[in-house]
Design a protein around this ligand. Structure first.
Ligand SMILES: *Cc1c(COP(=O)(O)O)cnc(C)c1O
Length: 238
């Protein structure tokens, strides 16, 4: 007999926690007068062993988010038989573009024209196209990646002009604050950026809003999130 490990405990808890998060999303969508089917659940897989992420996909999760290319290239091949859709949600260094690209359907964390141009060139080489989101720093916290809200439309327009990329929306990591009004204001800001952008050339498809995490997904959904990114509530504390 083998001793149960911390990973075994996490794995055992995943199906019920996943169901609880789905129920939170459905309740929040209904409270906001929205269709729960319009809010996708992305599971943030950072720091987790392959087996724990696998348990979530086996329990029905279809969309995964990876922060680090190093983890992406471990998780993605280990889960390839289950074909989850994988988005990059962490900062992408230019020198990691080539390693990341084969595994991802969307890069949500585009925060410079330089990285976007590299992605587009690599896509050209690979004969493919790629969905991207522009990451916006709505809280202004200096530790967070992303463009300032005022500069995001300009970057989005530049990215939209690249031949192999499709801008499908905007992503933010909300304020790390106990003040719900402050968190909500940030999400409303991202929605305003999105609403302005979709009226511009090349950005009609940029309707997505990736915002909200374990602690605040209800706020994000009430402000229009189309993707919430959840780690802790499904996998337990990191
Ligand atoms: C970790 C992470 C999440 C999920 O955060 P939780 O609080 O664990 O739900 C969402 N988005 C990004 C970019 C993350 O790094």
């Amino acid at each position: 007999m083998t001793t149960p490990t911390a990973d075994d405990a996490r794995i055992a808890a995943v199906p019920a926690r996943l169901a609880a998060v789905r129920a939170r999303i459905a309740d929040a969508a209904r409270d906001a007068g929205r269709d729960p089917a319009d809010v996708a659940l992305l599971l943030a897989a950072k720091t987790l062993p392959d087996a724990v992420v696998r348990a979530a996909v086996e329990a029905g999760a279809t969309l995964l988010g990876e922060n680090r290319v190093q983890e992406l290239v471990s998780h993605a091949p280990a889960l390839a038989d289950l074909s989850p859709t994988v988005h990059l949600i962490g900062h992408l260094q230019s020198n990691k573009v080539a390693a990341a690209l084969p595994w991802v359907a969307c890069v949500q964390s585009v925060d410079s024209l330089d990285v976007a141009e590299r992605l587009s060139r690599r896509c050209a080489d690979a004969g493919r196209e790629l969905d991207v989101m522009v990451q916006v720093n709505v809280s202004g916290e200096p530790t967070k990646w992303g463009m300032a809200p005022d500069e995001a439309p300009g970057l989005a327009a530049g990215v939209a002009a690249l031949a192999h990329l499709h801008v499908v929306g905007f992503m933010t990591v909300g304020a790390n604050s106990p003040d719900a009004a402050e968190v909500r204001a940030g999400y409303a800001r991202l929605r305003a950026v999105r609403d302005d952008a979709v009226g511009s050339a090349g950005l009609q498809g940029a309707t997505g809003l990736s915002m909200g995490m374990s602690r605040d997904l209800e706020l994000a959904i009430s402000e229009g999130a189309t993707i919430v990114r959840v780690g802790t509530a499904v996998f337990g504390p990191r």
